[in-house]
Design a protein around this ligand. Structure first.
Ligand SMILES: NC(=O)C1=CN([C@@H]2O[C@H](COP(=O)(O)OP(=O)(O)OC[C@H]3O[C@@H](n4cnc5c(N)ncnc54)[C@H](OP(=O)(O)O)[C@@H]3O)[C@@H](O)[C@H]2O)C=CC1
Ligand SMILES: O=C(O)[C@H](O)COP(=O)(O)O
Length: 483
């Protein structure tokens, strides 16, 4: 059995039409480690003609794959999951190197992804259509039946972000394949080495030629070519709201699932279990250094509970370790200088606006110590903008209504947490919040991965989560029998 060794520099190629290929002009992108700055590998920068070739291969392979029995598609996915898990150390190490995720979380991501693929395989064989009879409609004819089946959309374009380079790629690719589609996979550039390694395990599992094609290259260069390609039948994108919204404008009538940014609030009432709230909020805000769409990005706490909550949060935030991903530090360097400089601007502006910095405020390049701000004003940018870094603003509120208003005034609507011991209050607030999901007494998060995951407003469109994803890659096909 092949296992992938951990090499020093990985010169990876792309899977096009079933062959691992270098690109024609030999244009490559060299990737550096966000943590050490060392070169860790390179991937081809494809051009328009190569994208055409990838789409053509995907269109060809899809026709046969659609006819492949469901149980055979399921077996491919199960073999893929096993191969992936066998390589968890090697692939986890590359995730750690290319996106500076702490080692244990990087390896967990590989295992989580294998589990997702297995669950998708099991659930995928249970996606069935339905039969409608004409006489169930008032005055309808008895001899008329509609067989409503679910058919694949065709060629799916899967565009993934850097922060979960495996999981947010496989959560598009696996359900698309299971439902009979072929795939064009555009990994995040910083994340493409591990993305390609995952494709190597899929190929080893017996992927038919041309069924998944990998198109590496900067989104700013090949993004429009992919998104506006007339051979693409569905787009599934996870990434920034700006990128996703402009993509939707360009893609026209192609169906899309978009998972975008967030500004998830944690609303804490005076009757909450504050130890639990502090633990959940710290984990929710600072894991992977806050670079998660579902990170808790602001705390809205009732004035009566604020002093105690802030003291507990401060203690937990100060206990987070700051350092290198290979040392399994909780807080690691941010993905790039642009993200780090943006975060610095937010921190500086929040201080200038008069908020209290309760923790150390230190930066070394892309590495920040985690910052907890108290007494943040809703006039500050940080009350509304997404830092994608280890900083948490606490905004004190006078009552529930004010908390709900600040939560809903956001352009985003991904998730929200409500901490209270009164389930009726929790329900009442949950009903008011304009978000995809509300977590009662827990941190905001996507998993377990069969739960529906969605954002409203500028946080997205469509739903992911195993069964929901499977459905999103199919459409109804109606055959009416007139007897
Ligand atoms: N809701 C969610 O589930 C998630 C949301 N996010 C959000 O994403 C942002 C950060 O992630 P990040 O990866 O930087 O997001 P980006 O939107 O910059 O990139 C996401 C993906 O889109 C590609 N891309 C970039 N420009 C284009 C384009 N014009 N056309 C097509 N594809 C393009 C990128 O390629 P390349 O890498 O080559 O630039 C990458 O593969 C944050 O705002 C965060 O909230 C992130 C993760 C999950
Ligand atoms: O992209 C993200 O940030 C994720 O979809 C969030 O996933 P998580 O809640 O499991 O971290």
């Amino acid at each position: 059995m092949t296992t992938h060794s951990v090499e020093a520099f990985r010169q990876k190629n792309v899977l096009l039409g079933g062959e691992w290929q270098e690109n024609e002009q030999g244009n490559r992108i060299t990737l550096d480690s966000p943590s050490s700055g060392e070169d860790i590998g390179s991937v081809p920068a494809l051009n328009e003609a190569e994208v055409d070739k990838a789409v053509e291969a995907a269109r060809g392979a899809q026709k046969q794959w659609q006819k492949t029995p469901l149980h055979e598609r399921k077996q491919l996915l199960l073999r893929w999951a096993d191969k992936l898990e066998e390589n968890k150390e090697a692939i986890g190490t590359v995730i750690m190197q290319e996106v500076a995720k702490k080692k244990s979380s990087a390896v967990d991501e590989v295992v989580r992804t294998a589990d997702f693929i297995r669950h998708t395989a099991e659930e995928g064989v249970r996606i069935n259509g339905e039969l409608l009879t004409g006489d169930s409609y008032n005055g309808g004819p008895a001899g008329k039946t509609a067989q409503v089946s679910r058919v694949p959309l065709g060629v799916v374009l899967a565009i993934a972000p850097f922060n979960y380079p495996l999981n947010l790629s496989a959560s598009k690719i696996a359900p698309a394949l299971m439902t009979g589609n072929s795939v064009i996979f555009k990994p995040a550039t910083q994340g493409s080495l591990s993305g390609i390694m995952m494709m190597e395990t899929l190929e080893e599992a017996g992927l038919p030629k041309g069924l998944v094609n990998v198109t590496t290259g900067r989104g700013s260069e090949i993004g429009d070519v992919l998104v506006t390609h007339d051979g693409i039948d569905q787009i599934s994108f996870t990434g920034g709201s700006g990128t996703g919204i402009s993509m939707a404008e360009k893609a026209g009538m192609v169906p899309m699932v978009l998972e975008l940014g967030g500004k998830d609030p944690a609303i804490v009432l005076e009757d909450a279990d504050l130890d639990k709230a502090a633990k959940e909020i710290t984990g929710g805000a600072f894991s992977y250094s806050g670079q998660r769409c579902t990170a808790i990005k602001r705390v809205l706490v009732k004035e009566e509970a604020a002093d105690e909550l802030v003291a507990k949060l401060k203690e937990k935030v100060e206990a987070l370790s700051v350092g290198k991903p290979e040392d399994d530090a909780d807080i690691t360097p941010l993905i790039n200088d642009k993200g780090a400089d943006y975060l610095q601007g937010l921190i500086d502006d929040t201080i200038a606006d008069g908020a209290e910095v309760t923790t150390e405020n230190k930066r070394d390049g892309r590495l920040f110590s985690p910052v907890l701000f108290d007494h943040v004003s809703t006039e500050s940018r940080i009350a509304w903008e997404e830092p994608f870094g280890p900083v948490l603003p606490v905004i004190r509120v006078k009552d529930e209504d004010e908390a709900v208003k600040i939560a809903n005034d956001s352009e985003y609507g991904l998730q929200a947490s409500v901490f209270t011991q009164d389930i009726n209050t929790a329900h009442r607030i949950a009903d008011e919040l304009e978000v995809g999901s509300v977590q009662v007494n827990g941190k905001t998060s996507r998993g377990p991965d069969h739960f529906p995951f969605l954002g409203v407003k500028n946080s997205g469109m469509g739903v992911q989560g195993v069964r929901y994803s499977l459905l999103s890659y199919t459409r109804e096909k109606v055959t009416v029998i007139n007897q």
